[in-house]
Every structure is written in C-alpha cells, then in structure tokens.
Design a binder for this molecule. Structure first.
Ligand SMILES: O=P(O)(O)OC[C@H]1O[C@H](O)[C@H](O)[C@@H](O)[C@@H]1O
Length: 533
C-alpha cells in the first residue's frame, strides 16, 4: 500500500476489529497469546502493568513514611540515578507536580561531577535499575558511594535502591545494608511508571503518588473495555492503520498539557516497543504545535497533540491526527494499552528490545580494546569529523560540507534525521534547538536525543526499525574527566565508547553516521552552530 493517510472508515473498521477480537479485555486479563507464538513467552511475564493501580497501592504508605524520615534528617534533595524506563517516568511525574528531582541519566563526566558536587549534605540518592546491570547506573552509584565516603557520610544512610528481586544490584545493596525497594518483575522497564521505579523517587521528591494511582484507577475500566469508545483502541487504530500505509512517524507536540515532558516518556514506550524487525513507529517529539515537523507536518507523520485537557474523552481523533490528554496516571495506562495494541497490529513483540544489546556490546569491545579506534576524516575549526565506514566523499573538507553531505543521503519520502548529542544536557540545553534547525532545513522528521540517554529509548528503533535514518552524532572533550571508582575506565572513556559503539552498529546496517567531535572550545561550538544553519 502507498503512503496515504487512512480515511475515517478505515479507522472505524480497525476499531471494530479490535473490539471483535476482544483485544482490550484480553490485555487486562493478561492474555500473552495476543502477539503471536514467538512473543508469548516474553509477554507471559510482562503484563503486570495492567493492575498496578491496585497492586502498587501499598507502596504509597512505605514511600511516604521514608520521605518523612529523610526530611526529618534534613535530606530533602533527591537525585535519581537510572536510565530509560528507570528514570523517564519519575522525570515527567516530578516536572508535572512541580517538585524538584535531579535526574542523573548520563555517563558524561562533567554532568556526573556537577550532580555530585551540588549539596551532598542534603542529598539522598535513588539508584534504580531493573536488571541491576546497567553500566551507567552502576558507575553513577560507585561515584556517589565514593563521594559519600570521602565526605565521611555512610552511603547506607543515603542510598535507596529500586531493582528486581535477585538482581546483582539487589544482592550487593542488601549486603551493604542499603534500603531496597523491590519492583514488580512482571513489568518491563518502559511499562514501569506505576511500579516502584516511578513511585519511589517521585514520592521521595514530594509528588502525590497516591493521586497518580487513583488517576490510573479511574481510567482502568475504560481502557480494558471491548468498546468502540475505548480511547486506547481509538489511539492504537489511528497509529497502527497509518503505519500499515507507510505513515510511520508519530509527531508528539505539547499543546498545553499539564503533563510536563510527557512526550519524552511516550517516546521510549513507543520507539522501544515497536521499532524492531525493520518495522516500527518513530516518535518525533517537538516543543509545541508550531514547531517544525508539526507545522508544517510531513505526509509520513501522524500528528499527535498532547493536551489540552478535554472534558468528554481523552482522545479526539481526526483524519490526520489526534489530540490526547488526561491526568498523568491515566495517560500512562492509556498509552501502555495503545502501544501494546499497536505492537499487535504491526506484528512485533512490544515487550522486548532485541537491538539495544548490540550497541552495549560494541561499547564494551571499544573499552576492552577489542575494536580499533576510529580514524578521523579531517579537523575543521576545532571540530574533528568522523564518517564511520568512510561514506563521506573525499572532496569534503569542512564541517559545513560534511553536514550537507549527510543530509544529501536523506530519502525525501521516508527518511529522517537523528541528532544524538553525547553532552551535558543541563549545561548545554540550547543544543536541542539543533532539532528545529535541521527539521526546517530538510523539511523531514528530525529527532533529537541526548546520549547515552536516548540509547535506552529511541536507540532500539534506530537500530531495529526501518533503515531510513541519517545520524548526526555530536561528542566533545569534557572539561575534566572523572574516574569510575573500581573500574578500569573513566566516565569520559565510557561515554565515547558508547558513541563510537552505537555508530559502528548503525553503519553496519548501511546507514550514514557523521560524528562531529568538539574540542571543548567556544570556537568549535560556534563553528558547529554556523555549519548547521
Ligand atoms: O532498569 P535497567 O535494567 O537499568 O534498564 C534501563 C534501560 O536499559 C535498556 O536500555 C533497556 O533497553 C531499557 O528498556 C531500560 O529501561
């Protein structure tokens, strides 16, 4: 089928089919057969999220009492160490509630050092990892343990752990006497907003987590209903039918939602759940309804507006897009249902992430010296240019020409640009504006991700989804590198290995990757800005 937006009748038919197949009630009943025989085993241990509005209720009391205890001891600054599904939900929960939470989801040495140096005296650190083996999170924990010890503070007084029972982190934290919250092992990372992963850090930071569960409870019956008005069915039908027609990007704009930064959470859910086996839905998260890619949009995008809150129905679908909003707890559950249903419609397992490991392995190979160091093409104005696998034409000698050459590789109908900045997002927030600049320049869907954060979110799609992207990596010399205590590498070496490792996997799929490495000077940054525009 060609690239054409589905009409209303097709959408109605798709919803009717979902109703007839009883997809919603079967998800609620944890029917693991919905995604085919190959996905059944994984799905049979990944559907616990349907009942979290009930099963997580006892956590509210436990977290509130720990918060009161910590505050009584003057510990009111909460730092969360965790990647992907272990940090994206608390970030949106706390931002929406207006309570401060420092999210440390990076291996950037400057970012780690700044988080640690800020007010250690009043800090409690939540270390969250479902697997208990994520290297970024492990490294951040080690750095905090070291900092507490140097300051004469017992880490056991300050570190709270969230992990699955029996994980390596669980074992080590228990031995060390840390306070451990066990998460529900029947829930995967990106569906874990209403487990201990979402609730512990948010509750300690001061968000009303009881209200959040209540909000989810209020929509639970609607999203589980085999009914044409079920908002999850309407949302899924729109995205799923469009995808079958080649409309495979999902624009998410904040249109005045009270749920601050919701797009970043939905981005991981949709990209990692659907982007595999050469298929998937690419979320394109933009600031507002008038951002480039939203206005004008491209023919291969479903245009989704998050907000404003509607009284009658959480989802309003029209021929070319939708508006969706609800209280945050309800929105989590609604999108989880919708994403799992889209997974069924496009024929993939929405609960695995088969391509994430490849980049981790490539990073390990780099760190262990098992792969050769990348060779630069040239340096221009403090920016060293790397073209993984040598796709750059030989006569290209400037950053400006290199960016133009990358954009020349874009397919005008299906292609997208992914900017991946392995930098300190708190110090360099304006770099995210690169997205709008390149979206305007190319007229094509453009995503922006901070590395290594995006590796645990859209990273799966970039490696496992349709091979239609061109990739612009930005790396830099840090101000000052930092040791990872007890490890044979520094944070700076690890960060670079992550970028180089991911680039090698992407280029192994035949995609062009351009890495621009800044020497840390203002001149290099200015040269980059100038070459982008
Ligand atoms: O919670 P963790 O086990 O540390 O995992 C953190 C993240 O790691 C991987 O990248 C997965 O692809 C993500 O889905 C997950 O959220």
């Amino acid at each position: 089928m060609g690239l054409a937006y589905p009409d209303e009748q097709e959408l109605e038919k798709a919803v009717e089919q979902l109703v007839e197949d009883q997809v919603a009630s079967r998800i609620a009943g944890r029917d693991a057969s919905l995604w085919g025989p190959e996905a059944e085993e994984e799905a049979s241990k990944r559907l616990g999220w349907v009942d979290l509005h009930l099963t997580s209720v006892p956590l509210v009391e436990q977290v509130t009492s720990l918060r009161d205890d910590l505050r009584g001891r003057g510990l009111d600054r909460v730092v969360l160490c965790g990647m992907g599904g272990s940090s994206l939900a608390p970030e949106v929960i706390c931002a929406s509630a207006g309570v401060p939470l420092t999210v440390l989801d990076s291996s950037d040495p400057d970012m780690v050092r700044e988080a640690i140096d800020a007010d250690l005296e009043s800090t409690v650190v939540v270390v969250s990892s479902k697997s208990g083996g994520t290297v970024e999170t492990d490294s951040q924990r080690r750095a905090y343990e070291h900092a507490f010890e140097v300051a004469g503070i017992d880490p056991a007084e300050r570190i709270v752990v969230v992990t699955d029972p029996g994980s390596p982190l669980d074992v080590e934290a228990t031995e060390k006497g840390y306070r451990v919250f066990h998460a529900d092992p029947q829930v995967g990372g990106r569906y874990s907003a209403l487990t201990a992963f979402g609730l512990v850090p948010s509750g300690l930071a001061g968000a009303d987590i009881g209200a959040l569960l209540q909000e989810a409870d209020e929509i639970a019956e609607d999203v589980a209903a085999d009914d044409e008005t079920n908002p999850a069915l309407v949302l899924a039908a729109l995205i799923g039918v469009a995808n079958a027609r080649g409309v495979d990007k999902l624009l998410l704009a904040d249109a005045g939602s009270r749920n601050v930064g919701f797009g970043d959470w939905a981005e991981q859910l949709v990209a990692e759940s659907t982007g595999k086996q050469g298929r998937g839905v690419l979320p394109v998260v933009v600031a507002g309804p008038h951002s480039p890619n939203a206005d004008p949009s491209t023919p291969d995008e479903v245009v989704g507006m998050i907000g404003p809150m509607r009284d009658d129905h959480p989802v309003a679908a029209s021929g070319y897009g939708f508006a969706v909003d609800a209280p945050l707890g309800a929105l989590f559950l609604l999108w989880e249902y919708a994403t799992a249903i889209v997974g069924r419609m496009i024929g993939i397992d929405p609960f695995d992430q088969p391509d994430v490991e490849s980049a981790k392995q490539a990073a390990r190979d780099m760190l262990g010296g098992g792969s050769s160091a990348p060779v630069a093409a040239f340096t221009d104005q403090g920016v060293t240019v790397y073209d993984t696998s040598g796709w750059l034409p030989e006569d290209v000698t400037t950053v400006r020409e290199a960016i133009a050459a990358l954009l020349d590789e874009l397919d005008p109908e299906r292609g997208y640009v992914a900017v991946q900045a392995y930098l300190d997002r708190y110090r360099d927030p304006s770099l995210a504006e690169t997205r709008d600049v390149l979206a305007t320049r190319t007229g094509r869907p453009t995503t922006f991700g901070w590395g290594p954060r995006f590796l645990h979110s859209t990273g799966q799609y970039h490696k496992g989804g349709p091979a239609t992207g061109v990739y612009l990596q930005i790396t830099s010399d840090p101000d000052q590198d930092l040791d990872v205590p007890g490890r044979p590498f520094t944070f700076g070496q690890f960060l670079l290995a992550q970028a180089v490792g991911d680039a090698s996997v992407l280029s192994g799929r035949g995609r062009p990757v351009l890495r621009l490495h800044l020497d840390g000077s203002e001149g290099a940054r200015a040269a980059l800005r100038e070459a982008l525009g």
